[in-house]
Structures are given as structure tokens and as C-alpha cells.
Design a protein around this ligand. Structure first.
Ligand code: FE
Length: 204
């Protein structure tokens, strides 16, 4: 994090304490800011969302699990071992050709940590939080996602009580893939609704 004159009194008490700790550790030469950034990046993009990707891949592969996930996401997700703070009350919403789901927290940054890890910076930003509701199609376009005009976009407002997991549509041509390979197609953004699952053959 650069020297950007960010004032600590804009942070909530926990964030302020974390920032203070990071500053001391960096000043004493115990850690490098870049290392901390790398760890955060890992939890935002890699470790965290892998849990959600496994949930989605299982739902794609196992109709009984998908039905359970639709009826009681909290229990279905917990059965895979993904529980914990910010994931106590989950609801899974399933994309279809007719309806695309998008998740936002208009109040702050409620996010399903147990399946998606740390929220990305943009998820916490005021523009995303306000515009996702007012102009979801425009917001998706900025993410590079152009949906068919007749696909309805439904926006879910995440709260402290209830967190959402979007189950993206399974990409065409993946009928032969095992769960593990399917999970590689499930991006973090596809589980927030700002992206789609990766098309078969395009996985890294
Ligand atoms: Fe929130």
C-alpha cells in the first residue's frame, strides 16, 4: 500500500488496528508490504474462491446436491466443510438463460467469506454498491459481461444475516469433465454475478 494520505479515522476500529499492526511490522522490517499484498491477493482470488468453485462444480455434477443447495444452501455448503464467520446463513441463486443473478451489499461489504474468501476492493467501493442496483446492466458491461437483452438481471442485496452465492451456468461442452476440472472453470466473479464461468477449453 502506497503513501496515499488515507486517514485512519475513516476506517472502522478493526481495520484501523490491522492497519496499525501492518505499519509497525513493516517499519520494523519484519514483513514487506508487498508480501502482505500478495497474501491478500491470494485470498481474494485463489484460496478463498476455490471453496465456492467446489460447491458450484458439485452442483453442476450432482442434481441431488444442486437441489439441496437450492433448498438449504447453508447446510449443503457446510456438508463440504465450508463453514465459519460470514457464512452462517447462505442462499444459492442459480443463473439460467432467462435470469442472471448479481450480488451486492448496498450497506457495506457483506460477503460470503466461507466460500469466496476476502471481498475484492471493487465490491466494497461506493460506486459498485450504488450502481449495481440502479444500473446492473451497465455495471456488468463494465466488467465485460454483455448479457442478451431478454435475460433478466436480478440483484440481491447481501446483508449481515444472509449471504448469496451465485451458481453460474455450466459452460457448454463440459459434460465429460470431472468435478475437479469443472471447478477450474468457476471464477470468483462468476459467483458474485459479475462474470460467467470460463468456457470449456479456455481454462488456464
Ligand atoms: Fe454489508
Amino acid at each position: 500500500m502506497g503513501h496515499d494520505h488515507e486517514h485512519d479515522n475513516h476506517l472502522d476500529p478493526m481495520a484501523a488496528r490491522v492497519k496499525a499492526l501492518e505499519t509497525i511490522l513493516v517499519e520494523k522490517g519484519l514483513v514487506e508490504a508487498a508480501a502482505i499484498d500478495a497474501i491478500i491477493e491470494t485470498y481474494e482470488n485463489k484460496v478463498g474462491p476455490r471453496n465456492g468453485a467446489r460447491v458450484v462444480a458439485k452442483a453442476w455434477s450432482d442434481p441431488d446436491f444442486a437441489a439441496w443447495l437450492a433448498n438449504d444452501a447453508t447446510a449443503a455448503i457446510a456438508s463440504l466443510g465450508f463453514t465459519g464467520r460470514q457464512g452462517e446463513h447462505m442462499r444459492a441463486v442459480f443463473n439460467t438463460p432467462e435470469q442472471h443473478h448479481l450480488v451486492v451489499c448496498t450497506l457495506c461489504s457483506c460477503y460470503p467469506w466461507s466460500v469466496l474468501g476476502l471481498p475484492p476492493v471493487w465490491y466494497k467501493s461506493p460506486p459498485y454498491r450504488s450502481r449495481a442496483v440502479i444500473d446492473p446492466r451497465g455495471v456488468l458491461a463494465e466488467f465485460g459481461l454483455e448479457l442478451p437483452a431478454d435475460t433478466q438481471i436480478r440483484v440481491w442485496d447481501s446483508t449481515a444475516e444472509l449471504r448469496y452465492l451465485v451458481v453460474p451456468m455450466r459452460p457448454a461442452g463440459t459434460g465429460h469433465l470431472e468435478e475437479e476440472a469443472l471447478a477450474d472453470l468457476v471464477t470468483r466473479d462468476s459467483m458474485i454475478g459479475t462474470g460467467l464461468a470460463i468456457a470449456a477449453g479456455e481454462a488456464a
